[in-house]
Design a protein around this ligand. Structure first.
Ligand code: SF4
Length: 260
Protein backbone atom coordinates (compact mmCIF):
# COMPACT_ATOMS: atom_id res chain seq x y z
CA UNK A 1 0.00 0.00 0.00
CA UNK A 2 1.29 3.47 -0.95
CA UNK A 3 1.09 6.13 1.81
CA UNK A 4 1.12 9.81 0.96
CA UNK A 5 3.52 12.19 2.77
CA UNK A 6 0.92 14.63 3.99
CA UNK A 7 1.63 18.19 5.10
CA UNK A 8 -0.87 20.30 6.98
CA UNK A 9 -3.48 17.53 7.31
CA UNK A 10 -3.03 13.93 8.37
CA UNK A 11 -4.71 10.62 9.05
CA UNK A 12 -5.12 9.79 12.72
CA UNK A 13 -6.73 6.60 14.04
CA UNK A 14 -7.45 7.85 17.56
CA UNK A 15 -6.61 10.44 20.23
CA UNK A 16 -7.03 9.43 23.86
CA UNK A 17 -5.61 9.67 27.35
CA UNK A 18 -4.11 6.64 29.08
CA UNK A 19 -1.01 5.31 30.82
CA UNK A 20 2.20 4.61 28.94
CA UNK A 21 2.35 0.82 28.94
CA UNK A 22 5.88 0.24 27.67
CA UNK A 23 9.43 1.07 28.63
CA UNK A 24 10.96 3.29 31.33
CA UNK A 25 7.97 5.66 31.46
CA UNK A 26 5.47 2.90 32.13
CA UNK A 27 2.60 4.12 34.27
CA UNK A 28 3.05 7.78 33.25
CA UNK A 29 -0.10 9.49 32.04
CA UNK A 30 0.14 10.42 28.39
CA UNK A 31 -2.12 11.70 25.69
CA UNK A 32 -1.78 9.41 22.69
CA UNK A 33 -2.07 10.56 19.11
CA UNK A 34 -2.21 7.34 17.13
CA UNK A 35 -1.29 8.06 13.51
CA UNK A 36 -3.01 5.86 10.93
CA UNK A 37 -1.08 3.80 8.40
CA UNK A 38 1.84 1.42 8.74
CA UNK A 39 4.41 0.03 6.32
CA UNK A 40 5.06 -3.18 8.31
CA UNK A 41 3.02 -6.20 9.23
CA UNK A 42 4.44 -7.48 12.52
CA UNK A 43 3.18 -10.87 13.64
CA UNK A 44 2.39 -9.56 17.13
CA UNK A 45 0.73 -6.28 16.07
CA UNK A 46 -1.94 -5.29 18.61
CA UNK A 47 -3.20 -2.23 16.70
CA UNK A 48 -4.29 -3.69 13.34
CA UNK A 49 -7.03 -1.04 13.10
CA UNK A 50 -4.27 1.62 12.78
CA UNK A 51 -2.44 -0.02 9.89
CA UNK A 52 -4.57 1.64 7.20
CA UNK A 53 -5.71 5.21 6.57
CA UNK A 54 -9.04 5.11 8.39
CA UNK A 55 -11.95 7.27 7.19
CA UNK A 56 -12.73 8.29 10.75
CA UNK A 57 -10.67 9.24 13.79
CA UNK A 58 -11.96 8.29 17.26
CA UNK A 59 -11.38 11.21 19.64
CA UNK A 60 -11.80 10.92 23.39
CA UNK A 61 -13.26 13.79 25.36
CA UNK A 62 -12.50 14.56 29.00
CA UNK A 63 -15.69 12.77 30.09
CA UNK A 64 -14.33 9.52 28.58
CA UNK A 65 -16.88 9.69 25.80
CA UNK A 66 -15.51 9.22 22.26
CA UNK A 67 -16.66 10.87 19.05
CA UNK A 68 -15.75 10.03 15.49
CA UNK A 69 -14.38 12.80 13.29
CA UNK A 70 -13.68 12.63 9.57
CA UNK A 71 -10.07 12.15 8.43
CA UNK A 72 -7.76 13.78 7.46
CA UNK A 73 -7.47 16.06 10.52
CA UNK A 74 -5.87 19.51 10.63
CA UNK A 75 -3.06 20.36 13.04
CA UNK A 76 -5.50 22.55 14.98
CA UNK A 77 -7.98 19.69 15.36
CA UNK A 78 -5.24 17.47 16.81
CA UNK A 79 -3.83 20.18 19.09
CA UNK A 80 -7.29 21.14 20.37
CA UNK A 81 -8.17 17.48 21.02
CA UNK A 82 -4.96 17.07 23.02
CA UNK A 83 -5.63 20.29 24.95
CA UNK A 84 -9.12 19.12 25.97
CA UNK A 85 -7.62 15.93 27.43
CA UNK A 86 -4.94 17.64 29.54
CA UNK A 87 -4.96 16.65 33.22
CA UNK A 88 -2.46 17.69 35.92
CA UNK A 89 -0.68 14.32 35.80
CA UNK A 90 0.12 14.35 32.05
CA UNK A 91 3.79 13.61 31.38
CA UNK A 92 3.89 14.04 27.58
CA UNK A 93 2.11 13.51 24.29
CA UNK A 94 2.91 10.22 22.59
CA UNK A 95 3.07 10.15 18.80
CA UNK A 96 2.33 6.52 18.11
CA UNK A 97 0.81 4.37 15.41
CA UNK A 98 0.64 2.76 13.02
CA UNK A 99 3.85 4.47 12.01
CA UNK A 100 3.91 8.24 12.61
CA UNK A 101 6.86 8.94 10.31
CA UNK A 102 4.88 7.88 7.24
CA UNK A 103 3.30 11.34 7.67
CA UNK A 104 6.46 13.15 8.72
CA UNK A 105 5.45 16.63 7.49
CA UNK A 106 2.23 16.38 9.53
CA UNK A 107 4.18 15.07 12.53
CA UNK A 108 6.47 18.11 12.34
CA UNK A 109 3.50 20.50 12.25
CA UNK A 110 1.69 18.79 15.16
CA UNK A 111 4.85 18.51 17.28
CA UNK A 112 5.67 22.21 16.74
CA UNK A 113 2.14 23.19 17.72
CA UNK A 114 2.18 21.09 20.91
CA UNK A 115 5.61 22.31 21.94
CA UNK A 116 4.49 25.91 21.50
CA UNK A 117 1.81 25.04 24.07
CA UNK A 118 4.55 23.87 26.47
CA UNK A 119 3.95 20.13 26.11
CA UNK A 120 6.64 17.43 26.02
CA UNK A 121 6.68 15.14 23.01
CA UNK A 122 7.39 11.40 22.88
CA UNK A 123 7.89 9.64 19.54
CA UNK A 124 7.30 5.93 19.00
CA UNK A 125 8.62 4.68 15.65
CA UNK A 126 9.54 1.40 13.99
CA UNK A 127 12.67 3.15 12.69
CA UNK A 128 12.04 2.45 9.02
CA UNK A 129 13.52 5.74 7.83
CA UNK A 130 16.65 7.36 9.25
CA UNK A 131 16.14 10.29 6.88
CA UNK A 132 12.64 11.03 8.18
CA UNK A 133 13.71 10.64 11.79
CA UNK A 134 16.52 13.12 11.31
CA UNK A 135 13.97 15.65 9.94
CA UNK A 136 11.78 15.47 13.08
CA UNK A 137 14.06 14.52 15.97
CA UNK A 138 14.69 18.07 17.21
CA UNK A 139 10.98 18.39 17.98
CA UNK A 140 10.95 15.46 20.42
CA UNK A 141 12.02 15.06 24.02
CA UNK A 142 11.89 11.24 23.91
CA UNK A 143 12.37 8.77 21.06
CA UNK A 144 11.35 5.13 21.45
CA UNK A 145 12.61 3.00 18.56
CA UNK A 146 10.98 -0.39 18.21
CA UNK A 147 13.61 -2.58 16.56
CA UNK A 148 12.11 -5.54 14.72
CA UNK A 149 13.77 -8.95 14.63
CA UNK A 150 13.63 -10.94 11.41
CA UNK A 151 11.00 -13.36 12.73
CA UNK A 152 8.68 -10.49 13.69
CA UNK A 153 7.81 -10.00 10.05
CA UNK A 154 6.00 -12.38 7.70
CA UNK A 155 8.78 -12.29 5.10
CA UNK A 156 12.49 -11.50 4.78
CA UNK A 157 11.88 -9.09 1.92
CA UNK A 158 13.40 -5.69 2.70
CA UNK A 159 14.52 -6.77 6.17
CA UNK A 160 18.20 -5.81 5.75
CA UNK A 161 17.22 -2.29 4.71
CA UNK A 162 14.77 -1.97 7.62
CA UNK A 163 17.36 -3.16 10.15
CA UNK A 164 20.00 -0.82 8.75
CA UNK A 165 17.61 2.14 9.09
CA UNK A 166 16.64 1.12 12.63
CA UNK A 167 20.32 1.11 13.67
CA UNK A 168 20.82 4.52 12.05
CA UNK A 169 17.72 5.82 13.84
CA UNK A 170 19.15 4.75 17.21
CA UNK A 171 22.38 6.58 16.39
CA UNK A 172 20.56 9.73 15.21
CA UNK A 173 18.38 9.85 18.33
CA UNK A 174 21.34 9.39 20.69
CA UNK A 175 23.53 11.91 18.86
CA UNK A 176 20.73 14.49 18.88
CA UNK A 177 20.64 14.30 22.68
CA UNK A 178 17.03 13.15 23.15
CA UNK A 179 16.31 10.44 25.66
CA UNK A 180 16.51 7.28 23.54
CA UNK A 181 14.71 4.05 24.27
CA UNK A 182 15.39 0.97 22.18
CA UNK A 183 12.62 -1.54 22.58
CA UNK A 184 12.72 -5.09 21.28
CA UNK A 185 9.78 -7.45 21.54
CA UNK A 186 10.79 -11.02 22.32
CA UNK A 187 8.55 -13.91 21.35
CA UNK A 188 10.56 -16.72 22.95
CA UNK A 189 14.00 -18.01 23.94
CA UNK A 190 14.89 -18.43 20.27
CA UNK A 191 15.23 -14.64 19.91
CA UNK A 192 18.29 -14.50 22.17
CA UNK A 193 20.89 -14.68 19.38
CA UNK A 194 19.24 -11.80 17.47
CA UNK A 195 18.97 -9.67 20.61
CA UNK A 196 22.70 -10.17 21.33
CA UNK A 197 23.50 -9.16 17.75
CA UNK A 198 21.34 -6.03 18.08
CA UNK A 199 23.12 -5.06 21.31
CA UNK A 200 26.48 -5.52 19.62
CA UNK A 201 25.40 -3.53 16.56
CA UNK A 202 24.31 -0.47 18.58
CA UNK A 203 26.93 -0.73 21.32
CA UNK A 204 29.44 1.51 19.51
CA UNK A 205 27.21 4.57 20.05
CA UNK A 206 24.77 3.38 22.77
CA UNK A 207 27.00 1.94 25.48
CA UNK A 208 28.38 5.29 26.64
CA UNK A 209 25.24 7.37 25.89
CA UNK A 210 23.91 9.04 29.05
CA UNK A 211 20.20 9.06 28.11
CA UNK A 212 19.73 5.56 26.78
CA UNK A 213 17.60 2.60 27.86
CA UNK A 214 17.35 -0.88 26.36
CA UNK A 215 13.96 -2.48 26.91
CA UNK A 216 13.19 -6.16 26.48
CA UNK A 217 9.45 -6.52 26.04
CA UNK A 218 8.06 -10.06 26.28
CA UNK A 219 5.07 -10.33 23.99
CA UNK A 220 2.06 -9.65 26.24
CA UNK A 221 -1.59 -10.68 26.13
CA UNK A 222 -4.33 -9.54 28.54
CA UNK A 223 -3.60 -12.79 30.44
CA UNK A 224 0.06 -11.87 30.94
CA UNK A 225 3.27 -13.22 29.41
CA UNK A 226 4.40 -16.69 28.42
CA UNK A 227 8.15 -16.22 28.83
CA UNK A 228 9.47 -17.45 32.19
CA UNK A 229 11.43 -15.24 34.58
CA UNK A 230 14.54 -17.38 33.98
CA UNK A 231 14.27 -16.80 30.21
CA UNK A 232 13.95 -13.06 30.82
CA UNK A 233 17.03 -13.13 33.08
CA UNK A 234 18.90 -14.60 30.11
CA UNK A 235 17.87 -11.73 27.82
CA UNK A 236 18.56 -9.11 30.48
CA UNK A 237 22.02 -10.47 31.29
CA UNK A 238 22.96 -10.67 27.60
CA UNK A 239 21.97 -7.01 27.07
CA UNK A 240 23.57 -6.06 30.40
CA UNK A 241 26.95 -7.11 28.98
CA UNK A 242 26.66 -4.03 26.76
CA UNK A 243 24.45 -1.58 28.65
CA UNK A 244 24.86 -2.51 32.35
CA UNK A 245 21.94 -1.40 34.51
CA UNK A 246 20.16 0.53 31.72
CA UNK A 247 18.49 -2.72 30.66
CA UNK A 248 14.85 -3.29 31.60
CA UNK A 249 12.50 -6.24 31.07
CA UNK A 250 8.95 -4.88 31.00
CA UNK A 251 5.72 -6.41 29.66
CA UNK A 252 3.00 -4.23 28.12
CA UNK A 253 1.57 -2.95 31.38
CA UNK A 254 -1.43 -1.09 29.91
CA UNK A 255 -2.94 -4.48 29.02
CA UNK A 256 -2.72 -5.55 32.66
CA UNK A 257 -4.22 -2.18 33.71
CA UNK A 258 -7.00 -2.80 31.16
CA UNK A 259 -6.26 0.62 29.69
CA UNK A 260 -6.36 1.34 25.93
S1 SF4 B 1 5.13 -1.40 13.28
FE1 SF4 B 1 3.64 -1.30 14.96
S2 SF4 B 1 1.68 -0.74 14.00
FE2 SF4 B 1 3.06 -1.44 12.36
S3 SF4 B 1 2.55 -3.63 12.12
FE3 SF4 B 1 4.32 -3.48 13.53
S4 SF4 B 1 3.39 -3.44 15.59
FE4 SF4 B 1 1.74 -2.98 14.10
Amino acid sequence: MEFLRLGPKGYVAEIFSSFQGEGPYVGRRQIFVRFAGCNLNCVYCDTPYAKEHTKLCSIEFHSGERREVKNPLSVTQVADSVRRLLTPDVHSVSFTGGEPLLQDAFVVAVAKSLRERGLSTYLETNGFSAERLSNVIKLFDFAAIDVKLREHLPSDEGYENLYENELKCVRIAIESGVETIVKVVVLGKGDLGDVKKLCEDISEFATAAPNFYFVIQPVTSPNGIKLSASDLYGFSEAAGEFFKDRVMAIPQVHKLLKAP
